[in-house]
Design a protein around this ligand. Structure first.
Ligand SMILES: [Zn+2]
Length: 381
C-alpha cells in the first residue's frame, strides 16, 4: 500500500531527541542513561511519570476517560556486551548482552564503561596474515575475539578502571541521509534515512514519546489513558515487559518495534516481507505472539481510512515485548507496529523517517477512537 510517502514532518527538537537517545549508552541491564533522556523529553507532555522496579520508565497521558489503559511499549535497551575477563596481556574477553552475529563484530570500535569513565576499544582477533589457508576460510567466533583497549598487561587494564561486569556498547554515531525517492523511474518525493545504532528499539521508545507529545501539543481528545513505556532488558528475554505489564495492567497494548527490512540482497519476500520506506509494518505473526485479530482489523481499517501507508509482516523467528504483555494478567489484546530497519543487531542500521512518522500518525488515529466499548469488543465472543 502506498500513501503519503516522503513527508517528513518530525520537528528539529524531535530529531535532536532521537539523536541523543540512539547515541547514548544503554545495553540491557544498563538503561538509566536512555531512560533519563526519555524522562527529560516527555515530562512536559505527560501528566505523570513512574517506573517499575526493573528500570522501565512509564509516562502517562490522561484522556477523557480513565479506562481503557492503552500501553505503548518500546524497549530502551540495546544489544551490547559485558566484560567477562581481563587476560594477562591486558585484553578483555566478553559475553554478549542480546543476540550478536559473530561476523559483524571483528574490527568494530566499542566503548567500555568503567567507574573511571568510557574507554574506547576495538574488537579484534588473530590477524589473517598469521592464519593458515584453512583457518582463513572459517568464521572467527566470539570466543576467539577480544577487546583491545591499548593495555599491555592486566595491571594496565585494571588501572584504566576495567573490571568484570563492565558494560560495553558499539561505538557508532547517528547521522542522516537525504534522498529523492524514485519508483518505476519516476521521482516520488523525498525521504530522510537515519543511520545509527540502537534503533532496536529506541525507535519504538521514540515513537511512544512522539505520540504522547503529539496528543499533548495538538490538544487531541482521546477517550482513554495512554501509557508510554521505555522498557528494559528486552534483548535478554523480554524481562522489563513482564514488570511493566504488572505495574500498568493495560487493557490493550500496541508494542512499538523495529521490523527486519527485507529489501537487502539475499532476502526472499517470504522471509521478510517489508521494505524500508513503504510505511510502518504491522506484524501478523511472530514466534512470541499471534495478535488479537479484532485489534488488527481495527488498526488496518483506521490506516485505510486515514490513508496512512502500512505493510503487513510476519516474523518466523524472534519476538517482542508483546510476547509477554499479551499473556499478562488475564491476557491483553496486543499488536506490534514496527519500522522496517536494515541491519539490526549490528553497529549501525538504517531506517526511514517517513515510516517512523507514519507510525506516529497511525497510532494517534487509533488512540483517538480507542474507547472502552471498542476495546471490550476485541475480546467479545
Ligand atoms: Zn533486537
Amino acid at each position: 500500500m502506498i500513501g503519503a510517502i516522503g513527508e517528513v514532518l518530525i520537528s528539529k527538537e524531535s530529531m535532536k531527541f532521537l539523536e541523543e537517545l540512539t547515541n547514548c549508552f544503554g545495553p540491557s541491564g544498563f538503561e538509566k542513561e536512555p531512560a533519563r533522556i526519555v524522562k527529560g523529553y516527555v515530562s512536559k507532555y505527560c501528566d505523570s511519570i513512574t517506573t517499575d522496579k526493573l528500570g522501565s520508565l512509564l509516562f502517562t497521558k490522561k484522556g477523557s476517560a480513565e479506562k481503557p489503559v492503552v500501553l505503548l511499549p518500546g524497549h530502551v535497551d540495546e544489544v551490547g556486551f559485558m566484560v567477562s575477563s581481563i587476560n594477562k596481556a591486558g585484553f578483555l574477553t566478553f559475553n554478549p548482552l542480546g543476540g550478536w552475529f559473530d561476523q559483524v563484530l571483528l574490527g568494530q570500535r566499542v566503548k567500555v564503561k568503567t567507574a573511571k569513565g568510557i574507554i574506547p576499544g576495538i574488537i579484534a582477533a588473530k590477524p589473517p596474515h598469521l592464519l593458515s589457508a584453512e583457518e582463513r576460510g572459517k568464521v572467527v567466533t566470539k570466543d576467539k575475539m577480544f577487546i583491545d583497549i591499548g593495555a599491555s598487561n592486566e595491571d594496565e587494564a585494571k588501572e584504566m578502571g576495567v573490571r568484570l561486569g563492565n558494560p560495553v556498547m558499539p561505538d557508532s554515531c547517528f547521522s542522516t541521509i537525504e534522498k529523492k525517492i524514485y519508483r518505476d523511474g519516476k521521482k516520488k518525493g523525498s525521504d530522510t534515512i537515519a543511520i545509527g545504532k540502537a534503533f532496536d528499539d529506541r525507535i519504538g521508545t521514540f515513537i511512544a514519546a512522539e505520540v504522547v507529545r503529539t496528543l499533548s501539543v495538538q490538544k487531541i481528545k482521546h477517550p482513554n489513558t495512554v501509557v508510554g513505556a521505555a522498557t528494559t532488558q528486552e534483548e535478554v528475554g523480554l524481562r522489563g515487559a513482564r514488570t511493566t505489564a504488572h505495574v500498568v495492567n493495560p487493557d490493550v497494548c500496541l508494542t512499538l518495534e523495529v521490523d527486519i527490512a527485507g529489501d537487502v540482497p539475499g532476502i526472499e519476500m517470504s522471509e521478510a516481507p517489508t521494505k524500508m520506506g513503504l510505511g510502518p509494518s504491522i506484524t501478523t505473526y511472530d514466534s512470541s505472539m499471534i495478535p488479537n485479530q479484532e485489534l488488527l482489523e481495527f488498526v488496518l481499517s483506521t490506516a485505510d481510512r486515514s490513508k496512512i501507508p502500512y505493510q503487513l509482516s510476519q516474523i518466523a523467528r524472534g519476538g517482542t515485548d508483546a510476547g509477554i504483555i499479551h499473556i499478562s494478567n488475564a491476557g491483553c489484546p496486543s499488536l506490534v507496529i514496527g519500522v522496517p530497519t536494515r541491519h539490526i543487531h549490528a553497529h549501525a542500521g538504517l531506517l526511514s523517517l517517513s515510516d517512523t512518522e507514519n507510525a506516529i500518525k497511525l497510532l494517534v488515529e487509533v488512540i483517538k477512537k480507542m474507547d472502552r466499548k471498542k476495546v471490550d469488543s476485541f475480546t467479545e465472543i
